[in-house]
Design a protein around this ligand. Structure first.
Ligand code: HSE
Length: 436
């Protein structure tokens, strides 16, 4: 058997402690599978004395994660500190500079500095692996980089944030408000320290930048992603979606278009019959459309100690076996620039909910403004009462439109004309539709 792979782990939170636990409980199987023993020989954490329920006897404790990363006594550095700067960036950089392979689950660090870290890894012939950074326990990084290497990917999209999916699921299933569901998600520990990262779509965008790079060979650049969060989704939209045969999900979508790779994060209407619509709660899912496999959907736990540790340990096992993949599937010099694709150019179907003033000709005028821009309506529904509203006031009525494929520019232009006509009482709600 080859010599022991000595692992240093920085960050002993839920994921870090679970990695230590898995490496202990699976030690003999991992040694058999990889041909060498894997031992945690160093750790770094804020509170050395805390009981984490794992055996750390004989393991060196480092107060400074950068010192651990550069230590002669480890072969592989595992970064589970989090954050896109500070100790996480310094320690990962330090380990790669010292020629040590790195495993990280840090999506924010990769989205911001992934390219420079991959370049450094290439220079020093070290591995940089990050299966745990996207969709927790779902092995989507390996699926895109190795499993689908013989395919040309047309689109990759998914539910990449468990907090948002939990909130949208509970709103739908229990009729609760957005604020109530967010408070519960925070209490249950699903949300990031700052929940804006989750509900504003930024966490999804970090993960999407990684997927887009793997799927399309573009340089990671979260700034090229159009981002909208779920803060403005109401029970009225959720009810209307169900009535029209859709469910609302926060999706990250990257797809080839005639004008480059479009990357976007936004609340999305997905057909109720689609695999991704069935995914409820904190669960994540990723669908890949590719020429040889057609369509593939992976569903599983997107967060949580053991699920993310499963991904981290898979990366450790690859490195123990001597596997060194280009982090983003291609040498850095072959990755191409990601162009910002303006949402105005986006083509697809749209759900539009308007609070129309209840006077003669309003519905007709709305339809006319759409027709003037060449927008074809798949359905138009007007209700006497507002969705989700039991009040008796019917001076304003909801009008819900579903369009056939059109451009975002046409939709925005038509809505500006409808607003100028004075037929609606509130800002229009617009949700893009993603078909299978
Ligand atoms: N806050 C994230 C989520 C955790 O809700 O999915 C995993 O990245």
């Amino acid at each position: 058997m080859n010599k022991v792979l000595r692992v240093g782990i920085a960050g002993l939170g839920t994921v870090g402690a679970s990695v230590v636990r898995l490496l202990h409980t699976q030690a003999s199987d991992l040694a058999a599978r990889t041909g060498r023993a894997i031992a945690v020989t160093g750790v770094s954490a804020r509170d050395p004395g805390r009981n984490r329920g794992v055996d750390l006897s004989g393991v060196d404790f480092f107060a400074d994660p950068v010192a651990l990363a550069r230590s002669e006594d480890i072969d592989l550095f595992v970064e589970l500190i989090g954050g896109d700067e500070g100790a996480a960036r310094k320690s990962v950089t330090g380990a790669l500079e010292a020629g040590k392979s790195v495993v990280t689950a840090n999506k924010a660090l990769l989205a911001k500095h992934g390219l420079e870290l991959a370049r450094l890894a290439e220079e020093t012939h070290a591995a940089l692996a990050f299966e745990g950074a996207v969709a927790g326990g779902i092995p989507i990084v390996k699926t895109l980089r190795e499993g689908l290497a013989g395919n040309r990917v047309a689109r990759v999209y998914g539910i990449l944030n468990g907090t948002c999916n939990y909130i949208l699921s509970r709103m739908e299933l229990e009729g609760l408000s957005f604020a109530e569901c967010l408070a519960d998600a925070q209490m249950l520990g699903y949300a990031e320290a700052d929940p804006t990262f989750d509900i504003g779509g930024f966490d999804t965008a970090h993960k999407l930048a990684i997927l887009a790079s793997l799927a399309f060979g573009v340089k990671l650049d979260a700034d090229t992603i159009a981002i909208e969060g779920i803060q403005h989704i109401s029970l009225a939209d959720i009810e209307a979606a169900a009535e029209l045969g859709f469910r609302i999900k926060l999706l990250g979508v990257a797809q080839r278009t005639g004008h480059g790779v479009e990357q976007r994060v936004h609340p999305t209407m997905v057909p109720l019959s689609s695999p991704i619509a069935q995914v409820m709660g904190v669960t994540n899912a990723v669908t890949v459309d590719a020429d040889a496999v057609n369509e593939l959907t992976l569903v599983g736990p997107g967060a949580g100690g053991m699920a993310t540790a499963s991904a981290v340990v898979a990366d450790i096992a690859d490195i123990a076996r001597g596997i060194r993949s280009a982090p983003f599937g291609l040498p850095v010099a072959h990755l191409v620039n990601a162009e910002k694709s303006p949402m105005q150019r986006h083509e697809g179907g749209y759900y539009i909910r308007l609070a129309a003033r209840n006077h003669i000709g309003a519905a007709g005028a709305i339809a006319t403004r759409m027709a003037e821009r060449g927008i074809s309506l798949e359905s138009i529904v007007q209700r006497r009462k507002l969705y989700g509203d039991s009040g008796a006031d019917d001076s304003v009525v909801p009008v819900v439109l579903v369009t056939y494929a059109t451009t975002e520019a046409s939709v925005r232009d038509a809505l500006a004309a409808i607003v100028a006509d004075g037929h609606i009482a509130e800002k229009p709600q617009v949700i893009r539709i993603e078909r299978e």
